[in-house]
Design a protein around this ligand. Structure first.
Ligand code: KIV
Length: 279
């Protein structure tokens, strides 16, 4: 990614100013070709720690490391010229202290070219968000279902029903007041998501939340049908590339076994025989 190539990318302040306007379009990406495919269509491309589950076959996002995020972040940034790149802070890289969060966020931005980081947590992370923002690190917050806390949440359940609704509202207000430029609402009831959207001055980006959010995000492998281990209710499959890919691989295997591949068009002619000089 060159500085010139990224000049047209929106900045976090531009995203913030989209509050209440045209919905913000976001997807996750982990590789250069995927990033290239979505660059013209998305406002934000998130290098999500979901990479651990969808590309590395891990059972959760908990084992994702800084090294993995940097590797995939660098790959994604090579594929982007106009969308803003946000990168997830992996589990264990920011919770201990604001200083730890700053060091790791700065490394992620410096080594990948991301324009902002995302971290999970509401009121208890507000102080850290403020610390980062005051030191030049734009932060996208993530509340509701926060997959890095799966062990304390007790599963991938809808968050914010009943008395928890007020907690979630306070989480949203706390991250907005701390200076986050946007907040992901994951797996939160529709009515509550709309209320939160109306109550804070930063864009809400929904995933399993509400069409009334200021923007939407999906995991790209989910919406393309490439990740098929399970399908959350909030995922809309726009393609079944997993099935298409498997059918193509099966056709290739059959061709190889029947010696139909490679065909004459895929192979190279031998060198023409040399003409012997007359004696
Ligand atoms: O890691 C991720 O993909 C995410 C999105 C689901 C918001 O955090």
């Amino acid at each position: 990614m060159s500085a010139t190539a990224r000049q047209t990318a929106p900045m976090p302040v531009d995203i913030k100013s989209r509050k209440g306007g045209e919905p913000i379009v976001s997807l996750t990406a982990y590789t250069t070709p995927m990033a290239q495919m979505m660059d013209a269509h998305c406002d934000i491309v998130l290098v999500g720690d979901s990479v651990g589950m969808v590309l590395h076959g891990l059972p959760s996002t908990l084992e994702v490391t800084m090294e993995m995020m940097i590797l995939h972040g660098r790959a994604v940034s090579r594929g982007l010229s106009r969308a803003m790149m946000v990168i997830d802070m992996p589990f264990g890289s920011y919770e201990q202290s604001s200083e730890q969060a700053f060091e790791n966020a700065a490394q992620l931005m410096r080594e990948t070219g991301a324009g902002a980081v995302k971290l999970e947590g509401g009121q208890h992370m507000a102080q850290t968000i403020e610390f980062l923002v005051q030191r030049g690190i734009p932060v996208m917050a993530h509340i509701g279902l926060t997959p890095q806390s799966i062990n304390t949440l007790g599963g991938y359940k809808v968050q914010g029903r009943g008395p928890q609704a007020e907690v979630l509202m306070q989480d949203a207000k706390a991250v907005a007041a701390a200076g986050a430029f946007s907040v992901v609402l994951e797996k939160t009831p529709q009515g509550l998501s709309d209320e939160i959207t109306a109550s804070i001055d930063i864009p809400t980006i929904g995933i399993g939340a509400s069409a009334g959010c200021d923007g939407q995000i999906l995991v790209v492998d989910d919406m393309l049908g490439l990740f098929t281990a399970f399908k959350a209710k909030f995922v809309k499959r726009y393609a079944d590339l997993g099935d298409l890919g498997e059918a193509a691989i099966a056709a290739y295997a059959a061709d190889v076994r029947a010696r139909r591949f490679p065909g004459p068009e895929h192979v190279f002619a031998d060198a023409a025989p040399k003409v012997k000089a007359a004696q």
